[in-house]
Design a protein around this ligand. Structure first.
Ligand SMILES: NC(=O)c1ccc[n+]([C@@H]2O[C@H](COP(=O)([O-])OP(=O)(O)OC[C@H]3O[C@@H](n4cnc5c(N)ncnc54)[C@H](OP(=O)(O)O)[C@@H]3O)[C@@H](O)[C@H]2O)c1
Length: 332
């Protein structure tokens, strides 16, 4: 039986990875922290490891103890990370420094897995560049947010290691059950409003969480190593199409309102410090606004060629399943 460790297991994407790994018969170790919720980690077969990624000694101790017991992780998916923060430094501490600490601990305790998957983000590459139609692997990465910069820095640390078999996954916006940012858009649409950002109509793709997890496990189980992939469903959409798909599932009529970028920035200007008082970051924040005004569509040919990838979910099917879940859980 293959043994897998998934960090950030308590989160949206991590919890789906855990479920998938269990269904494939893996021995699953969920990497969490003391304060993490186990709401989606109820299966009795899950083994838990509490990490403090800030503490190098704690990390080394954990992996040395496993080594002593002859427990080797075939696979590690390092998925823990933050997508929102009140200050730039937090992105670099959690997304870069903690990734570095984990890798250093694995190397120093001679615990390198057969394959290490790093959950980066398309933000590490930045949006479609001027004069281009798609984000491609051959582009020079050009992140427009601190989030993207922190992911890129972590990627660079991984690729600089010798004999460290890895795959880097760079997903576009991920949606699905349990997700809390797209969810706000569902709630607004339920109230008959369909806000659209700015006056242009940037092209975007998305990826349904189960398609993302499918790619990750195919990559994990393949012979491919030391490669990076841009990940989306390969379908070119836009925010109007997203809103329309949600509205159809909710069976609501909406009023479309165009919100100027300047107004969003003013909103973020007020919201960020207020949320900051409670240690939180609003969905409308300066980093997000930087991303929202650009086009985000990427070349997924390498995924198709290496893994025969074809998305099982288009926007309508994914939004349908997500809506059903939000309704069942009384989120909507
Ligand atoms: N969602 C997207 O659209 C998207 C797109 C591209 C890439 N990604 C990447 O995918 C990964 C998972 O994202 P998600 O959307 O599932 O986010 P999420 O629901 O917020 O989950 C994040 C996970 O990381 C853990 N984590 C956060 N800070 C940590 C820390 N300081 N120490 C240890 N663990 C920590 C969280 O633990 P707690 O439960 O204890 O907070 C949680 O398990 C992230 O690396 C993110 O950058 C996400």
């Amino acid at each position: 039986m293959k043994r897998i460790l998934i960090t950030g297991a308590s989160g949206f994407i991590g919890s789906f990875m855990v479920e998938n790994a269990l269904s494939k018969g893996y021995e699953v170790y969920a990497g969490i922290r003391k304060t993490s919720s186990k709401q989606y980690l109820k299966d009795k077969k899950i083994k838990f490891i509490e990490f403090n990624f800030a503490d190098n000694n704690n990390l080394k101790k954990i992996f040395s103890n496993f080594k002593k017991q002859n427990i080797h992780f075939n696979y590690i998916i390092h998925n823990a990370g933050i997508t929102k923060a009140n200050n730039k430094q937090d992105y670099f501490t959690i997304n870069y420094q903690y990734t570095k600490n984990l890798i250093d601990a694995l190397i120093s305790t001679n615990s390198i897995p057969d394959k290490f998957i790093y959950m980066s983000s398309l933000a590490a590459y930045g949006p479609v560049q001027k004069g281009k139609n798609l984000i491609e692997l051959t582009d020079n990465p050009c992140p427009v947010t601190s989030y993207g910069e922190s992911k890129l820095k972590a990627e660079k640390y991984i690729t600089a290691q010798n004999n460290f078999p890895h795959i880097i996954i760079r997903p576009i916006g991920v949606y699905g059950p349990r997700e809390k940012d797209f969810y706000l858009y569902f709630k607004i649409i339920k109230n008959h409003l369909q806000p659209l950002i700015g006056f242009s109509k940037p092209k975007v793709s998305f990826i349904y969480v189960k398609d993302l997890v499918k790619i990750i496990f195919t990559a994990l189980e393949s012979d491919v190593t030391n490669k990076a992939y841009l990940v989306s469903d390969g379908i070119i959409s836009n925010s109007v199409m997203l809103g329309d798909a949600i509205k159809k599932q909710l069976n609501k009529k909406t009023v479309k309102i165009r919100i100027p970028i300047g107004l969003l920035k003013i909103t973020a200007f007020f919201l960020e410090p207020i949320f900051g008082l409670f240690g939180k970051t609003p969905t409308v924040n300066f980093e997000k606004i930087n991303e929202l005004k650009s086009s985000w569509v990427c070349d997924i040919k390498p995924l198709e060629q290496d893994f025969n990838f074809k998305a099982d979910y288009n926007l309508n099917k994914g939004i349908y399943e997500t809506t059903q879940w939000y309704k069942k859980e009384k989120w909507l």
